[in-house]
Design a protein around this ligand. Structure first.
Ligand SMILES: Cc1cc2nc3c(=O)[nH]c(=O)nc-3n(C[C@H](O)[C@H](O)[C@H](O)COP(=O)(O)OP(=O)(O)OC[C@H]3O[C@@H](n4cnc5c(N)ncnc54)[C@H](O)[C@@H]3O)c2cc1C
Length: 377
């Protein structure tokens, strides 16, 4: 067993770390405070190749695996989580086209997506289809060689800066759901939520009313959209975003407690503080190990239900716990927007809900544990 990254993976991580430090971090606080879309940052990320990170080289991408996606996502999220989120959702749409689409769809959409000239977003959740996506009510009915879509999506991250929304709609009376690439302009935004965190990339509610799409925009098997979605792999980005926040808040806390003096000693001189920081480091490392294990097994083509659920639940909780401890150990200044920890805490809070609430992943994990445990012990 080898716990070291390859030379190539270390180079990928170093490149992303430099990008995050130079292009994102200097603007993160201000963008968050203003609730301003990180348009320039995302364009620069596209120029750096991150919009095609996991897209095959034959389609203009970088052809990297899930370990590399996890490494890049950690770095971007450590600087500004919603940047990692917008890119990862885009890569998820590209993955669906690449793995489930036709040759014609791959040729038509992937080169533009890899170059970030075509930006993807995800239209899956609805008012009554949150943790249980079988509640999808948006419909797609066939009319000659077109599909007509009616309904709504409750959260479409980056919709207003996207070009194509991978949209899931009901295509039968027995729970059949099918995926379509719908031009983002066909959606009418009705609510831009005022959210606790992730304030720079909005996730509005939007409706579809009699939207016609040609047959060549239907992706994957008609009726098996949800089943096929369950086999996509770029969802590893969600816990990887947690690792980024867990690490960033640890780094900020080490710096703060080692430099801030009160009562003639540094805050870090208190054993209670040191133990808390040690536990933060433990959480960040365990979270990263779990995410990289799941990513490596995904790259190897393994079934990772157990490993993925463990990574998702642990890493996203680690992000919340580390951000919370970081804020406490920063004292009052941590409660202000002069520092990043309050933003990290607000952003981290999304991750235990997004990508499916952790409770659902714990159900999956428990099922895998019972299934895999030999009977009669
Ligand atoms: C900022 C933001 C951005 C998002 N972006 C997108 C996007 O781009 N595209 C998209 O399609 N969706 C997106 N989502 C939707 C997200 O995936 C859902 O919010 C998530 O799946 C949970 O659904 P829900 O909010 O309806 O919660 P509900 O389903 O109402 O669940 C509420 C709570 O009930 C509990 N719960 C649920 N299931 C179980 C269970 N099995 N066992 C025990 N407890 C349970 C959990 O505590 C859960 O948090 C986004 C959400 C947010 C907040």
């Amino acid at each position: 067993m080898d716990f070291d990254l390859t030379e190539h993976q270390r180079a990928v991580r170093a490149d992303a770390r430099e990008f995050a430090r130079e292009r994102i971090a200097p603007h993160a606080r201000e963008l968050d405070r203003a609730g301003e879309h990180p348009t320039d940052v995302l364009e620069a990320a596209g120029d750096r190749g991150y919009a095609g990170l996991t897209v095959a080289e034959s389609h203009g991408g970088q052809g990297e695996g899930l370990v590399e996606l996890a490494l890049v996502t950690e770095e971007l999220s450590a600087a500004l989580m919603p940047v990692a989120s917008a890119l990862a959702l885009h890569l998820g749409v590209a993955e669906a086209v690449e793995r489930l689409g036709t040759d014609a769809q791959r040729e038509r959409f992937l080169p533009g997506m890899a170059a970030f000239e075509t930006v993807g977003a995800l239209g899956l959740s609805e008012d009554d289809a949150g943790s249980d996506k079988t509640g999808i009510e948006t419909t797609a009915r066939r009319e000659s060689d077109e599909w007509v879509l009616d309904g709504h999506k409750r959260w479409v991250t980056n919709l207003r800066h996207a070009d194509e929304v991978l949209t899931y709609a009901r295509t039968g009376d027995r729970g059949e759901v099918t995926a379509f690439l719908v031009p983002a302009g066909a959606y009418a935004v009705d609510t831009v939520w005022d959210t606790l965190g992730a304030r720079t990339v909005k996730s509005p509610r939007a409706t579809l009313s009699g939207v016609r799409v040609a047959d060549d925009r239907q992706v994957g098997t008609v009726g098996d959209g949800l089943g096929e979605r369950g086999r996509l792999r770029t969802g590893i980005n969600v816990p990887a975003r947690g690792v980024g926040i867990a690490r960033a808040t640890l780094d900020a806390t080490v710096e703060q407690t080692r430099t801030r003096e009160q009562g003639g000693q540094h805050i870090a001189d208190h054993q209670g503080v040191r133990w808390r920081v040690a536990e933060m480091a433990e959480r960040a490392d365990v979270a990263r190990l779990l995410v990289l294990r799941a990513a490596a097994r995904l790259d190897a083509g393994a079934d990772v239900a157990r490993e993925f659920a463990m990574a998702k639940t642990y890493a996203t909780e680690a992000a919340v716990d580390n951000a919370n401890d970081a804020l406490q150990l920063h004292g009052g200044i941590g409660y202000t927007s002069e520092r990043d920890v309050e933003r990290h805490l607000r952003d981290a809070r999304l991750l235990t809900i997004a990508g499916g609430p952790n409770e659902g992943h714990l159900d999956t994990l428990a099922e895998a544990v019972y299934d895999q445990h030999p009977r009669g012990r």
